[in-house]
Design a protein around this ligand. Structure first.
Ligand SMILES: Nc1ncnc2c1ncn2[C@@H]1O[C@H](COP(=O)(O)OP(=O)(O)OP(=O)(O)O)[C@@H](O)[C@H]1O
Ligand SMILES: [Mg+2]
Length: 260
């Protein structure tokens, strides 16, 4: 591979699973023998950073030989003057990317709101992955759904701008994958409606729709230990169909990433 493939997890809506999925994709590539770096541009919340630190703690306390990505946390500048703040953030980001330039994959986790660092990260993506929960509230970040009218909304417009920025910088395009996360059977009527809207929008807004992940308790339990679905043998649990299916969902998602 000539240069790292950059995957950005993004959605201006909070709590849709960006950090959890970012960690799982990183661990998937590591488990497949790739050199993987991670960057947290949501350093204020720092979920990905803490997830990885929990993993390093697990390594130490249990003396377990488990792999972890090389990780950088890029902080928001404290400077008051906006242009100087942007410059400082840009150089911290560039430094992290440069240090990871000999890696196969760089996974970037972004915050659930619009920041300079998040936009910058998106403009460096080869692949953007946007998880959203299965509701019209989440859908609203992609598209404004009125009675009989659909128009691109905030996040889609931001992705569009970053696609242009990327094209101007190095003539490369950004592939965009949208996936639903935390799917349940409880709201299957709503689920069908959200799916219909997403399918009809995919071409128009320019994303590919992944099948997505089901709601699974295990995702919420894993964070504290720093483990992922791929570390099942280290867990004090017996393997269930749900875990096998969850791993398959992860493989299906990763299989959609077009590595150049
Ligand atoms: N498929 C899933 N099943 C069950 N729980 C999940 C699933 N995916 C994520 N979660 C849980 O949902 C919560 C939010 O996930 P996460 O922190 O990854 O979202 P986020 O998009 O990064 O949030 P933020 O925008 O605040 O950064 C966490 O408690 C996580 O464990
Ligand atoms: Mg997060």
């Amino acid at each position: 591979m000539a240069r790292p493939h950059v995957i950005v997890l993004g959605n201006e809506k909070g709590g849709t699973g960006k950090s959890t999925i970012c960690m799982h994709i990183a661990m998937h590539f590591l488990a497949n023998g790739c050199k993987v770096g991670t960057v947290d541009v949501d350093a204020r919340q720092g979920t990905l950073t803490r997830y990885i630190n929990n993993r390093l703690k697990y390594q130490q306390t249990k003396q377990a030989s488990i792999a972890a990505p090389q990780h950088f946390s890029v902080h928001k500048s404290n400077l008051n003057e906006p242009e100087s703040a942007k410059k400082e953030e840009q150089s911290s980001f560039d430094l992290a990317m440069q240090k990871l330039s000999d890696h196969d994959f760089i996974l970037i986790d972004t915050p659930g709101n619009d920041t300079f660092l998040s936009r910058l990260a998106h403009s460096h993506a080869d692949t953007i992955i946007t998880p959203l929960n299965d509701s019209f509230v989440d859908l609203d970040m992609l598209v404004r759904v009125d009675e009989d009218n659909l128009s691109p909304s905030l996040y889609s417009e931001m992705v569009w701008e970053q696609r242009k920025a990327r094209m101007m910088r190095d003539k490369r395009s950004i592939d965009w994958i949208v996936m639903r996360n935390r799917l349940t059977n409880l709201y299957s009527h709503n689920r069908g409606k959200v799916e219909d809207v997403l399918v009809s929008l995919a071409k128009r807004i320019g994303f590919r729709l992944a099948t997505g992940f089901n709601e699974r308790v295990i995702f919420r339990e894993l964070f504290v230990s720093g483990l992922t679905l791929l570390d099942f043998e280290l867990m004090d649990k017996s393997l269930t169909i749900s875990h096998v299916t969850a791993k398959q969902e992860l493989r299906d998602l990763v299989g959609m990433i077009k590595v150049n």
